[in-house]
Ligand binder design. Structure first.
Ligand code: GLC
Length: 516
């Protein structure tokens, strides 16, 4: 197969940039494991499953929010950044989890929600109490527009309406880009930045390894808050002029700690190049999510473009993140429509150059759960991908009698218990991929270049660090014959021969040690 010029460096691993060698595993704490038996997952539950995570072979955890919260957005509405919500446990539980994770060589990163607090946060209660409050300017307050009504035309998320809520007592509106229960902080006030940096120090002082920063691109808003025209305005609401200055202040805090803490940003911008700009000159974020692949349908040409644009826009000097699932999107099994495709996607996620983020439950091939109308709890319609992890076959699947959301339809067959000892299971495939990645510096750090392939197939070569591997993914439902042969180290389809004779089965993805 002909090769395109390489775009990726053959860089050396470096332990103080541990996040570049790690596979991150995202835990949605409510849905992971329930030690207390009340139907909602908790920190003790996560600790009890550390042996599973070590057996699976992930390096680092990201916990979705565990801070105190009234749970209007299930933790993304924080009322105390320096305490654990009682539903998840206590600070002591957190410290124990951190110690236990470290004793198993697993790092722990946590979600930090800097753009907005809960409307029940003492800062907002104080700000709302009077226009003269010392905290008033910690949030974004504006008078009604000259003719009355909202101060500008900004819309809140999930089509819930304007991004402004009127406060009767003061006659002003406050800004919230999400729910009214999630007022936006005013980061242009230096006291806000200072207070939020202190919340990072609180967790870093305990030994926390890093953070996932929620919608970090929203914190640099322009004070002018001008009306938006989606087709013409600069992105003043979602990519404001001050965001990079805040990111540099955050990075300085992180760099002051011996554990080499990292921050990955949730960046809801369109182009990978915009995401890359949030790395600054290696003085802002260490990693940023590029979400384009998550919005890509199962199509070879589209996925090839996703890889090409990362090569083009990240270049050699920046390290991308690959993410195909999280707590905000339908699961891979549901989006791609079959187990075979979800399994092929696992091969992609864990063999592309960059740091993979794997969402808990993907290793079981879970689809989205069907949520009856009377059990819908999320204002953003995302309950399906947040169904509890089925640990065991038996009813209850390792949870108390009343899990907070329904399980997926075939929870017994997809449970950890059912898959763990089955060499053909999706869980075994993930475990083999993680083991291969861990044992192969080439897969973790090697150069990457796309190969020319017939329509319907995407292939890339990983080379350097003593090996030469080719990954081939057949996006079609027909077998495709290619020129190269070699040893098939892994196939997404159970029972295939070790020798790869150049024929890819329908929806098959393989990792081959090239013999051509
Ligand atoms: C992010 C989170 C999402 C949350 C939103 C508001 O997009 O991933 O779950 O609802 O921010 O905090």
């Amino acid at each position: 197969m002909a090769s395109e010029p390489s775009t990726s460096p053959d860089s050396a691993p470096s332990s103080d940039r541990w996040w570049e060698d790690a596979v991150f595993y995202q835990i949605y704490p409510r849905s992971f494991a329930d030690a207390s038996g009340n139907g909602v997952g908790d920190l003790a539950g996560i600790e009890s499953q550390l042996p599973y995570l070590q057996w699976l072979g992930v390096d680092s955890l990201w916990l979705s929010p565990i801070f105190r919260s009234p749970m209007a957005d299930f933790g993304y509405d924080v009322s105390d950044y320096c305490d654990i919500d009682p539903i998840f446990g206590t600070i002591d539980d957190y410290d124990r989890l951190l110690r236990s994770a470290h004793s198993r060589d697993i790092r722990l990163t946590i979600d930090w929600v800097p753009n907005h607090t809960s409307d029940q946060h003492p800062w907002f209660l104080d700000a709302r109490s009077s226009p003269d409050s010392a905290k008033r300017d910690w949030y974004v307050w504006r008078d009604p527009a000259p003719g009355g009504g909202e101060p500008n035309n900004w819309e809140a998320c999930w089509e819930i309406g304007p991004a402004w809520t009127f406060d009767e007592a003061s006659g002003q509106y406050y800004l919230h880009l999400f729910l009214p229960e999630q007022p936006d902080l005013n980061w242009s006030n230096p006291e806000v930045e200072a207070a939020m940096l202190d919340t990072l120090r609180f967790w870093l002082d305990r030994g926390t390894d890093g953070f996932r920063a929620d919608v970090i691109n929203l914190i640099g808003k322009d004070d002018e808050l001008a009306d938006l025209d989606r087709y013409r305005s600069p992105l003043r609401d979602i990519d404001g002029p001050r965001v990079h200055q805040h990111l540099r202040a955050i990075r300085q805090v992180l760099d002051g700690y011996p554990q080499h803490p990292m921050m990955v940003g949730e960046i809801t911008l369109h182009r990978p190049g915009q995401v890359r700009s949030y790395y600054g000159d290696d003085d802002e974020l260490q990693l940023g999510f590029n979400f384009r692949p998550i919005y890509t349908r199962w199509d070879a040409a589209e996925f090839r473009t996703r890889i090409e644009e990362v090569h083009d826009e990240f270049g050699d000097d920046h390290w991308p993140v690959w993410v195909l699932g999280n707590h905000d999107q339908p699961r891979q099994r549901t989006r791609y429509g079959s187990d075979a495709r979800a399994r092929a996607a696992a091969v992609m996620l864990l063999t592309l150059r960059g740091t993979p983020y794997l969402y808990a439950g993907e290793e079981l091939g879970l689809p989205d759960a069907h949520i009856p109308e009377d059990r819908i709890v999320d204002p953003g319609g995302r309950d399906g991908c947040r169904a509890p992890i089925p640990w065991t076959r038996a009813d209850g699947h390792g949870w108390g009698p009343d899990a907070w959301l329904p399980f997926v339809d075939d929870a017994a067959d997809r449970s950890v218990e059912a898959q763990r000892d089955d060499p053909d299971s999706t869980l075994s495939l993930y475990r083999s991929l993680l083991a291969l990645r861990r044992s192969s510096p080439t897969l973790r750090r090697g150069r990457e270049r796309l190969l020319d392939t017939p329509e319907g197939v995407v292939a890339w070569r990983r080379s350097g660090h003593g090996d030469d591997l080719v990954v081939l993914v057949n996006f079609t439902d027909e077998a495709v014959t290619l020129g190269n042969v070699g040893d098939r180290l892994i196939s997404s389809i159970p029972g295939t021969d070790r020798r790869f004779d150049g024929t890819l089965l329908p929806d098959e993805a393989v990792v081959v040690r090239d013999k051509t």
